[in-house]
Design a protein around this ligand. Structure first.
Ligand code: DC
Length: 248
């Protein structure tokens, strides 16, 4: 996989920080991270979209069963893949896959793909390259623990699973391309619980809260409240960084 954008160069001029936002599926990470990045003038990177794009490629190339049998084949899968982010859209080899990667067939297989060490190593290196200039808000499962353990601000978002299933349902509605096969809220709840378990127990980079991360329960919060909370914490860190000249 390669980067087609000079995102690593963005944000090098001013003193900027890295905001790492982790948490379980549908806890509000992406929306919060995107809006906070917008307010800060930072680059937003949705690392879940990177894992989803690799998963879509595996499904479309008919490699999923092969990968289950021989995980080494994943290197073939990664070769030459380009995932790029432009104007809030995700592109896989130049094709807009923003809706396709949210389809449930991708959600069902993404935990398996993201449990493969070569996939994680590959994406981690890309994520670190993107964030090397700072001025980035990155969301995922292992950003604060593995990708950027020195991130100035680490956030861990959690939310009640029923609330998360409802959010995912709303998210799937406008982009439902699976022809009437939109899963029910109960089905989504079971799948989210399963994915939480898979993501938390996997051998490589499991979902875990960094001891320094600020935990925010978004169950009773509006999007605006979540964004305001994280933005305020980021501004405090930026002010601290600017005054002290070191990570606050
Ligand atoms: O955030 P999301 O639901 O779009 O993420 C999809 C999957 O990708 C999630 O089940 C686990 C995986 N993932 C990961 O393992 N590490 C990340 N940094 C981001 C996502």
């Amino acid at each position: 996989m390669r980067l087609s954008q000079n995102v690593a160069d963005i944000g090098r001029e001013a003193k900027k920080i890295i905001v790492a936002i982790d948490g379980p599926a549908a806890s509000g990470k992406s929306t919060t991270a995107r809006r906070v990045a917008g307010k800060l003038g930072y680059v937003y990177i949705d690392t879940g979209a990177m894992y989803r794009s690799v998963t879509l490629r595996a499904l479309e190339s008919g490699m999923m069963d092969e990968l289950r049998l021989t995980p080494e084949k994943v290197r073939f899968l990664l070769e030459g893949i380009a995932v790029t982010f432009e104007a809030g859209r995700v592109f896989l080899d130049g094709r807009d896959v923003t809706s396709a990667i949210r389809e449930n067939r991708v959600s069902r297989h993404v935990s398996f793909i993201s449990s493969l060490k070569p996939v994680r190593d590959h994406l981690k290196a890309l994520q670190q390259e993107i964030g090397s200039g700072k001025g980035v808000v990155m969301d995922g499962r292992d950003i604060g623990t593995i990708v950027f353990p020195d991130a100035e601000l680490k956030i861990f978002l959690v939310a009640d699973v029923s609330e998360r299933a409802k959010r995912r349902h709303r998210e799937l509605l406008p982009g439902n391309r699976e022809g009437g096969l939109l899963p029910s809220i109960d089905e989504l709840k079971r799948e989210i619980e399963q994915r939480d378990r898979d993501d938390a127990v996997r051998a490589h980079a499991p979902l875990k809260k960094h001891p320094d991360a600020v935990e925010i329960d978004t169950s009773g919060l509006t999007i605006e409240e979540q964004v305001e909370c994280v933005y305020r914490l980021a501004m405090e860190k930026i002010a601290g960084t600017a005054e002290c000249g070191a990570g606050a």
